[in-house]
Design a protein around this ligand. Sequence first.
Ligand SMILES: O=C(O)[C@H]1O[C@H](OP(=O)(O)OP(=O)(O)OC[C@H]2O[C@@H](n3ccc(=O)[nH]c3=O)[C@H](O)[C@@H]2O)[C@H](O)[C@@H](O)[C@@H]1O
Length: 457
Amino acid sequence: MSYMDGAVPSIPAKFKSEKSYHHHHHRFLRWHHFSLPKLLTLSFFAAAILFAFFLISPHSSSTVLRSSPTTERRSLRTSSSAAWGGPEWEKHVRSSARIRRRPFGISVLVTGAAGFVGTHASIALRRRGDGVVGLDNFNNYYDPSLKRARQALLSKSGVFLVEGDINDALLLSKLFDLVTFTHVLHLAAQAGVRYAMVNPGSYVRSNVAGLVSILEAARSATSQPAIVWASSSSVYGLNTQVPFSESHRTDRPASLYAASKKAGEEIAHVYNHIYGLSITGLRFFTVYGPWGRPDMAYFFFTRDILAGKPITIFEGSDGATIARDFTYIDDIVQGCLASLDTAQKSTGSGGTKQGPAQLRVFNLGNTSPVPVVELVAILERHLKMKAKRKVVKMPRNGDVQFTHANTSLAKKELGYHPTTNLQTGLKKFVKWYLTYYAPPSRSYLNKKGRGGSSTSS
Ligand SMILES: O=C(O)[C@H]1O[C@H](OP(=O)(O)OP(=O)(O)OC[C@H]2O[C@@H](n3ccc(=O)[nH]c3=O)[C@H](O)[C@@H]2O)[C@H](O)[C@@H](O)[C@@H]1O
């Protein structure tokens, strides 16, 4: 399926895809009960219907070639599951994109704005007086009610969130028609290392096709924005040189997730080379903090420790420690904003390159890896509860043994300087967690129906 196909959400619903697998499997089995003549008759009718559909379909290839997204005029469109368009919607988009900070303000399209990093970054930009328009498809990889709660935060800060998919070329084209974005902060992605073995297709749709869709929209814009996007520390894969530096090998990914991010870095090179797009890739190192992702270990360890449930801690094959360079959200936001501020302009216009453009990649980590067992010990102290540990050998699921960022380049070019250690950062996370998921009697938030189960891990 092409990335131009507006009807395909970039990340299919986790539960839907499982359901549809069983559904199709069941139907497949039923086909075996048909006799051959019946099958032939049915095939004939199916072919006739397909042919008729091809003739009348507005999406038949000839029609697609004739009508460009920008020339199609409809007051209200339904894309994925969400509606967008119309004068009210356009007013919201324009107003949210308006720069309040002069003379250096920027206008940013933030994809994945209802996500963890997206929410924090959007709010930080808005606070400075920059124009921000969010985009998110609210897929249910993890509890969408958490994303809705983040949306409420964004709305309180004056950030309008467009509900739609990064693979919807028509929607992107509309947004770029309405607003001259100076920058795109592209954070929408299928995250998670281990889930790639469950739903590989969603990594291709989101992290490969979705990125291309964003870059296509950006390169076609009359005034091309500069792009800053989220790559991942996982691109270092089986690299053993430490700390990981941008000049190290990244050609041995250990998971499809890592491979999809590495593919993104190569795709970025192409769009920079051909179209003169200014592109900065940020290799995030295990980002954590308040409003975080429930599929991450620190988050579901907290949930399970509080529930008295056992947690599974991975260890290396020879009993070696597994460690991560856990990075606090505020430090990551600082790195994102500094990347936007130092990004040079794209050189192309309307798809034509005018000269060489900036292409950068930075590690954004904490620079001090912490063993997962230590993460658990810190959580126990903050939660004042003991974890029920189950230590198992790390399964062959895409995980790597350790990550460790060298951030000298980001320090030099961005002034990046992480300031929050894991102890302090987790304290803030636990405080948020206990407020957000507190029992109904204690929580204002839950009274409004936002609490309850948090997981899709
Ligand atoms: O920095 C990155 O590039 C990546 O960081 C995280 O991936 P990961 O570091 O694997 O984060 P978690 O899934 O939270 O795992 C943290 C640590 O806990 C360990 N773990 C995880 C799950 C579990 O049940 N037990 C356990 O010991 C993992 O092996 C890992 O060492 C994110 O989930 C990715 O989206 C991100 O791109």
